[in-house]
Each structure stands twice: as structure tokens, then as C-alpha cells.
Design a binder for this molecule. Structure first.
Ligand code: ATP
Ligand code: MG
Length: 446
């Protein structure tokens, strides 16, 4: 098999390049440059092919980025290796690209690719001690308009970690929701069907909204909150507006869609006089099956009144899980206190005592008590002449803002916290807590 030659790329060569790219993906690993990038560079940048008669047996594609050129594809058909085709193509590519003012030409080669002679022959030098990092941009440009129209956004990546305590809930959400959605191929191999819709229920302030956002953050999916009460003002009517919203959501690659206080639109249809929002229950019931058919999205509904929901709404097949988010136990309250007590005093404050005194508090109650203690302690410190950056009136640095007279680090004390706890009214009454336990018994599905 002789008689190959190297020439410039023509559009007719694309098919052959596609085959080479596919072959490479099967044999080595996912190529660094996506096929779409390679094709774009064939057409707009620089490409050289090797042919034997009509057959395309090799290709190299390069792209100049300022002074540096990158080889975005290098491939030779299996039967045509070891004949100098690679070196010849690289030489031709360099000749073509050099006039553009390149100072160097670079290539990324899979670590397990042993056949790199062509590069060595052409004077490429292997650079060791380099590692390749790659990050997929979670929201692609073409989605940005839809996302903006929906009022959706990409949340910071740290929200999941910042949910303190709540180990049990976190574990359930991670195992049932996050992992199958983040690893759909693996889940599929085990016959696990990734969830499409879930309900979070529990007393006020226990972290339902926080968790919905944390899930989106953890998956790096866009977070889109749907506000039925706002849609109600839409001239198309609530049902039409809801339909329209979900059509737009379907344009996103990935999304966590959140409906808070879902009982407002999915309350039991019989009984009391129908509220204007109730007409929409049917619409939502119709939307969910279509929503469930699209991968890469999760509907999260939250409610304080799970028992008020229409039973048809909750039935199997619509929601994969109905997950209780309850009051934090001792360990969770400790974690939550640790989160809200400033770092410089956290070792001085009697946290176990705070944990004990806040049994029955929701995370929101603890947050409120912690913030009031901080505010009061801060006001007292200012009254007593503490300054912000630790300089006294003469401008000489001192520790007044950093420690009190006894040398204790400045900040709220255990007393401040106990005072604030004493004046915080818990949101969740004993009856509500009791009713929640009954709801878990009757309606939870995890
Ligand atoms: N595990 C947690 N760690 C730290 N802060 C938390 C935690 N859970 C909730 N919070 C805080 O408590 C407040 C209330 O939480 P969130 O709004 O998520 O509760 P919710 O269950 O959605 O309440 P509602 O039923 O009233 O909508 C928020 O300010 C949140 O930051
Ligand atoms: Mg909420």
C-alpha cells in the first residue's frame, strides 16, 4: 500500500474525518476537542489530509490562537500507521500555519497513546509534569435567553456544602436525587430510573427551599422558580401561563424547577369554594407527564400542608418521592449553630447549651436567634466604644475591636445567645410538629 499523498482539506473530506474521529474515540478516550470544534476548524482554520486514491487515510487540523497554534485533531487510519504519513501531515500543517505568525504549535495527546513518532520526528518536544484540566460550562450560550426570560439562574456551587447538619435528609436527597441525575448512564446500567419530580414537605423554616436550591447547585443545573401567584396575573390566564412557562423550560438543557407552596395550586378540588388558583390543578396534572419524559430536569414542589394536596396530585407516577424535611435534631442544630456563630467566638460559646435550649427550633428560628444575638452584641460593643478596625481615637492600633477588656475575643457571648433564644418565638408549634409526624406516616414516600 503505497501511493498516499498529502493535500489541503476539501469539504468532501469531512465524512472521512468524522470516521477517523469516531475511531479515535473508540480506541483511546474522549478526544479533547469535540467533533463540532474539529469540523469548525476544518472549515475556518487549517486542515491537511492524507489520501490514497479517493480514500482519506489521515488528517490533521490546527487552529491558531494568537501566537500559539493548537492541533485540534490528529488521526491516521489504523492500517496506514508507521509509514510517515503523520510526519508529512504535520510538516504540511506547520508550513501552512507558520505564515500566520505562530511562535509555537501545541498538541494534547492521550497519555496511553504510544505511537507519537510523528510528533517526535517533526521536532515536537514532550512536556512532562503537565496535567490537563477541563470544565464544562454548565449553561450554554443558546440557553441564556430562555433562562433570563424564566427568571432562572445558575446558583453558586457551594450551596450544598453550606446546608448545615440535616444529615439524614441530605443523604436521602443525595442518594435518591442527586446521584442518579448526575450519573444517568451509570444509573441506567443498574436499572435505576432517575427521578423527575419530587415533593418536599415539612413545617415552615425547615429548609425546603434551601434544599431545592442546594440540589440545583450540587447538580450545577439552572434553578428556575415558578410562582403560580405571579402567573395568575398573566393575561393568558394562569393555566396558559403555566403551559407557556413549561414550554420555555423544555428549551433548557438542565434545570431544577421549583414550585413553592404548591398547595396553593394543587389543593383538594372538592370541598371549599374553589379558589381562583385551583383551576390550575388540572393544568399542572397535565404538564407533569410531559415534563417527566424529558431527561435533565427535576421538578421540586414544596409545601407546609401536604395533607391539603389533592390526592390525584400526589399519586405514584407523578412524583417519584415525597420527602419529609423535619425539624433539626441535636446534631443538626449543633451544625446550624456552628454555622451562625462567628468563627472567632465559636470556641468560647457554650454550643451544647444552645443546642439544648433550642429543641423544637427550625433552622430558620436558629438563624433568627443567632442574628439577633449578633445584632445586640454589636450594638452594645459600639455603645461601649469598640471601633471597627481596632484603632483607638489617636489612630494607634489596639485590640479594642478584636477583644474585650478581659481579653475575650469580641463577639456575641453565650449570654447574648441565651437572651436571644429566650425572646425568639418558635415557628413550629407542638401541634404542627405532631401533625408532621402523622403526615410522614401517611404520605411520605422515600
Ligand atoms: N440546614 C440549614 N443550615 C443552615 N441554615 C439553614 C438550614 N436550613 C435552613 N436554613 C436557613 O433557614 C431559613 C429558612 O430556610 P428555608 O427557607 O429553606 O425553609 P423552608 O422550609 O423553605 O421554609 P418555608 O416553609 O417557610 O418556605 C433560611 O434563611 C436558611 O438559610
Ligand atoms: Mg420555602
Amino acid at each position: 500500500m503505497t501511493g498516499w499523498r498529502v493535500r489541503e482539506f476539501h469539504n468532501d473530506d469531512l465524512d472521512g474525518i468524522l470516521h477517523l474521529w469516531e475511531a479515535q474515540r473508540r480506541s483511546a478516550h474522549e478526544p479533547v476537542y469535540d467533533l463540532s470544534e474539529v469540523v469548525a476548524s476544518c472549515q475556518k482554520d487549517h486542515a491537511i489530509v492524507a489520501v490514497h486514491g479517493e480514500e482519506l487515510v489521515g488528517a490533521v487540523v490546527g487552529r491558531a490562537a494568537h501566537d500559539q497554534g493548537w492541533i485540534v485533531f490528529f488521526g491516521i487510519a489504523e492500517d496506514w500507521r508507521g509509514r510517515g504519513i503523520g510526519s508529512a501531515m504535520l510538516a504540511a500543517l506547520e508550513k501552512r500555519m507558520a505564515p500566520h505568525g505562530l511562535t509555537k504549535l501545541s498538541a494534547l495527546i492521550p497519555e496511553n497513546e504510544s505511537r507519537v513518532d510523528a510528533f517526535a520526528n517533526q521536532g515536537f518536544e514532550a512536556k512532562h509534569q503537565l496535567r490537563y484540566f477541563e470544565r464544562r460550562i454548565p449553561v450554554q450560550r443558546q440557553e441564556l435567553t430562555s433562562l433570563a426570560e424564566l427568571g432562572g439562574r445558575l446558583l453558586p456551587r457551594t450551596l450544598w456544602e453550606s446546608v448545615a447538619g440535616m444529615r439524614r435528609e441530605k443523604e436521602i436527597l443525595e442518594q435518591r436525587l442527586v446521584l442518579p441525575l448526575a450519573e444517568p448512564d451509570l444509573a441506567d446500567r443498574y436499572g435505576v430510573v432517575p427521578p423527575r419530580a419530587v415533593v418536599l414537605f415539612g413545617p415552615p423554616g425547615t429548609g425546603k427551599t434551601t434544599f431545592a436550591k442546594a440540589i440545583a447547585s450540587r447538580l450545577e443545573w439552572s434553578f428556575v422558580e415558578v410562582f403560580p401567584s405571579r402567573l395568575a396575573a398573566d393575561p393568558r390566564g394562569l393555566a396558559g401561563a403555566l403551559r407557556e412557562t413549561f414550554t420555555k423550560i423544555a428549551e433548557l438543557e438542565h434545570a431544577v424547577v421549583f414550585i413553592d407552596e404548591v398547595e396553593e395550586i394543587a389543593a383538594q378540588r372538592s370541598g371549599e369554594p374553589p379558589s381562583p388558583l385551583q383551576g390550575v390543578t388540572n393544568e399542572l396534572l397535565k404538564i407533569i407527564p410531559a415534563f417527566r419524559e424529558q431527561p435533565g430536569r427535576l421538578l421540586v414542589c414544596a409545601t407546609n400542608f401536604i395533607r391539603a394536596l389533592d390526592s390525584a396530585f400526589l399519586r405514584h407516577g407523578r412524583f417519584d418521592y415525597v420527602i419529609p424535611i423535619g425539624l433539626p435534631d441535636d446534631a443538626a442544630r449543633l451544625a446550624i449553630w456552628q454555622r451562625y456563630v462567628p468563627e472567632q467566638v465559636v470556641r468560647e460559646v457554650d454550643l451544647p447549651l444552645l443546642v439544648e435550649r433550642t429543641a423544637g427550633f427550625s433552622p430558620a428560628d436558629i438563624e433568627f436567634a443567632a442574628r439577633s444575638a449578633s445584632q445586640r452584641a454589636f450594638e452594645a460593643a459600639v455603645r461601649n466604644g469598640a471601633t471597627a478596625i481596632g484603632t483607638d481615637a489617636s489612630g494607634v492600633a489596639d485590640a479594642s475591636g478584636l477583644a474585650d477588656a478581659s481579653g475575650r475575643p469580641a463577639g456575641p457571648s453565650t449570654e447574648d445567645y441565651l437572651d436571644a433564644i429566650g425572646t425568639t418565638r418558635t415557628t413550629v408549634s407542638a401541634e404542627t410538629a405532631e401533625a408532621f409526624l402523622e403526615d410522614i406516616e401517611a404520605l411520605a414516600r422515600v
